[in-house]
Design a protein around this ligand. Structure first.
Ligand code: ADP
Ligand code: MG
Length: 365
């Protein structure tokens, strides 16, 4: 097991800067995820940890050891690639044994280790099968076994589930997490899928354009996004630019939203307008599940708007209701499915309440 320490690493390809001055410490035994849209530098960062690329500048350390320019075969990392990179005409055994043969492990020992790991990934029935005769999910397990059999200090997974269908992906998430916990291995997982990141990770680093936007636990990232990019990329949210207006009674701060054509009261413990120097543009973010819809006009509360239900989307477990507040702003509210009598009809006039403590004021990225 190992910690991974990246200090100010940058990677350039010609005039493209794929990773820009990234600082990151990954703890021993942690399940750590790089999350971000395609092209944001996730794979490049993972490859610098594996040693397939060397950084243009900055340092990579495992524990206290400088690994920046150590070749991949001397790093003891196990990697699973998006396309698995298996040898299709070799058997499951031969694929998994490959890394042990390279390391000159003797036959008896190799056999035992391959059998043990195939047992762990539940593929012991398939040991003599040709890889090309396996399903996608089974090939994924072979790739995992091949990475784990060398007993790596660090497991690196690059979008390992993106070629699987939805149900299998769900199953493999649990499977990978089970293996990671069993081996207690430091794991770095790359994905563009926010659900994978939220459900699997101890901590997440959110990337955009080669830069890390935020590092935190899944609940921190979801509940306290640092800017509008993170708020919108992880989960769903309603965003509107706002301008600070004044301090009101109590701890309320009052902003103005041009989109909503109204004042907005905000009150949550971390909002510190004293530290705001006026240089960033601000936006408000409120999650769909934080919005209350009421059939009747609610009075005596701040942040109450009336609008017309423009669309109702039924997903099974939950219901999304879109309410048009004016020509420029339609807001999305999500509620658990509490039965047909609770769905709003399209065209109904409703009032929408945004609780003060559910609105986050954040800078534009
Ligand atoms: P991600 O894995 O997040 O989709 P990548 O790390 O693959 O992103 O790519 C980041 C950026 O670096 C992209 O603009 C990509 O085109 C560029 N890039 C990645 N690898 C190379 C390479 N070998 N040569 C040139 N450009 C590359
Ligand atoms: Mg990639």
């Amino acid at each position: 097991m190992s910690t991974v320490n990246l200090s100010t690493i940058t990677k350039r390809f010609g005039n493209v800067t794929a990773v820009k001055g990234l600082d990151l410490v990954i703890e021993e035994g942690e399940f750590f995820t790089f999350l971000g849209p395609s092209g944001c530098g996730k794979t490049t960062t993972l490859r610098m940890i594996a040693g397939f690329y060397y950084p243009s500048s900055g340092k990579v350390k495992f524990n206290e050891r400088d690994m920046t320019t150590v070749p991949p075969e001397k790093r003891n990392t196990g990697m699973v690639f998006q396309n698995y990179a298996l040898f299709p005409h070799m058997t499951v055994f031969e694929n998994v044994a490959f890394g042990l043969n390279v390391r000159k492990i003797n036959k008896a020992n190799t056999k035992k280790r391959v059998e043990d790991v195939l047992n762990k990934v539940r593929l012991d029935q398939y040991i003599t099968r040709q890889v090309s005769q396996l399903s996608g999910g089974q090939q994924q397990r072979v790739a995992l076994a091949r990475a784990l059999v060398i007993e790596p200090d660090i497991l690196l997974l690059d979008e390992p589930l993106s070629n699987l269908d939805a149900r299998l992906r769900d199953e493999m998430r649990t499977e990978i997490l089970r293996l990671q916990r069993e081996y207690g291995i430091t794991t770095i997982y790359v994905t563009h899928d926010q659900v994978e990141a939220l459900t699997m990770s101890d901590r997440i680093a959110v990337f955009n354009y080669g830069e890390c936007q935020q590092i935190g636990t899944p609940t921190d990232i979801y509940n306290k996004p640092v800017n509008d990019f993170v708020a919108e990329f992880i989960g769903e949210t309603n965003l509107s630019p706002i301008i600070f207006e004044e301090k009101a009674l109590g701890d309320d701060l009052v902003f103005h939203s041009n989109l909503l054509e109204s004042s907005i009261h905000v009150n949550h413990s971390e909002l510190n307008i004293a530290a705001y120097d006026g240089s960033d543009e601000l936006v408000m973010s409120i999650r769909p599940e934080a919005i209350h819809i009421d059939g009747n006009q609610t009075t005596g509360k701040n942040n109450v708007f009336t609008g017309e239900v423009s669309l109702v989307q039924f997903t099974g477990a939950s219901v999304h209701t879109f309410i048009k507040l004016n020509d420029n702003f339609t807001i999305k509210a999500t509620d658990l499915n509490r039965g047909p009598s609770t769905y709003f009809k399209e065209g109904t006039e409703v009032s929408v309440h945004m609780p003060e403590d559910q609105i986050r004021v954040i800078p534009k990225a």
